[in-house]
Design a protein around this ligand. Structure first.
Ligand SMILES: NC(=O)c1ccc[n+]([C@@H]2O[C@H](COP(=O)([O-])OP(=O)(O)OC[C@H]3O[C@@H](n4cnc5c(N)ncnc54)[C@H](OP(=O)(O)O)[C@@H]3O)[C@@H](O)[C@H]2O)c1
Length: 268
């Protein structure tokens, strides 16, 4: 595919969960960097209005792709589409959600949906795009994991477990892809202002101090600077969260247990 208004085709980036939050900001910053976009989420109206606005503002082509990526047909349909995109340079596995309450009080279907969206979808999409990227010797796969990937917590059992999968999956892929020209990144933000907590009906003013909140634009800039520079595989935006992760990785297990218990009890 080529663009009629320029000699060279623009590279293409696909962002999942692009209708809101971090995904929307990824779409904005990738458009600013000159990428055509394939924007994926369930909310068609929001995707269309974002695609139109970015196409107009940046002179790129943004195309909405409506799909529920927790469903087999949704993730396989997108995987097939992406495997045929010869200009695909960036895949951002970003779509995700959290839940509130202990595991045994939550509906099984909701928890299964989380595993499909956080585990199966990024795995299938990555598998679909890697052969083309390796053949072109160029590409970046970013999966939005979380600082939660470094811990376990009550009320967040499957969230932490699926985020750990995402981080470790990207770390392993980065090793396998070394020398191919294709990079894998696990982006691990802490609390970030998006719709994530509103959708969970969590009062953001309670329990989480204001200094702990990150701006989605800073998080995404850090991710893309690392992805397009000589950056890290595991990207933890903001020094405060780098410190938190360092502490989580190095503190004695008994102390970590106490802290996880206290934080968890405050949540559930
Ligand atoms: N915000 C934080 O504090 C934070 C911290 C660390 C990591 N994260 C991670 O960041 C990622 C993005 O979250 P966010 O904070 O930007 O939340 P958000 O504002 O609620 O956005 C979530 C996005 O995911 C899409 N989505 C949800 N379920 C989907 C499905 N079944 N199929 C397709 N798209 C789906 C939503 O679009 P539709 O509703 O239109 O489908 C929306 O675009 C998530 O993976 C989350 O775990 C967030």
């Amino acid at each position: 595919m080529t663009n009629s208004n320029q000699a060279f085709p623009r590279p293409l980036a696909c962002v999942t969960g692009a209708s809101a939050g971090l995904g929307k900001v990824f779409a904005e910053q990738l458009a600013e960097r000159g990428f055509d976009l394939l924007l994926v989420a369930r909310d068609e109206a929001r995707l269309r209005s974002l695609s139109d606005a970015l196409s107009l503002q940046y002179g790129i082509t943004a195309t909405p792709h409506v799909a529920d990526l927790s469903r087999d047909d949704g993730m396989r349909g997108l995987a097939e589409n992406l495997s045929k995109q010869e200009r695909l340079m960036v895949l951002v596995n970003n779509a995700g959600f959290g839940t509130k309450g202990k595991f045994n009080t939550r509906p099984v279907a909701e928890q299964a949906t989380m595993l499909e969206l956080h585990v199966m979808a990024p795995m299938l999409l990555s598998r679909a795009v890697i052969p083309g990227m390796v053949a072109r010797r160029e590409g970046v796969i970013i999966t939005v994991a979380s600082v939660a990937s470094f811990t376990a917590s009550m009320g967040n059992v499957n969230y932490c477990a699926t985020k750990a999968y995402q981080r470790v999956f990207m770390e392993g892929l980065a090793m396998e892809l070394a020398g191919t020209g294709v990079k894998a990144q696990a982006l691990c933000p802490g609390f970030t202002h998006t719709e994530f907590h509103d959708r969970m009906q969590i009062d953001k003013t309670k329990g989480i101090p204001s200094w702990a909140w990150l701006d989605a634009r800073d998080v995404v800039r850090d991710s893309l600077d690392n992805a397009f520079g000589n950056g890290k595989t595991v990207v933890i935006p903001d020094w405060k969260y780098k410190l938190v992760v360092f502490a989580l990785r190095h503190m004695p297990l008994w102390l970590r247990g106490i802290m996880q218990e206290r934080y968890g009890r405050a949540r559930v």
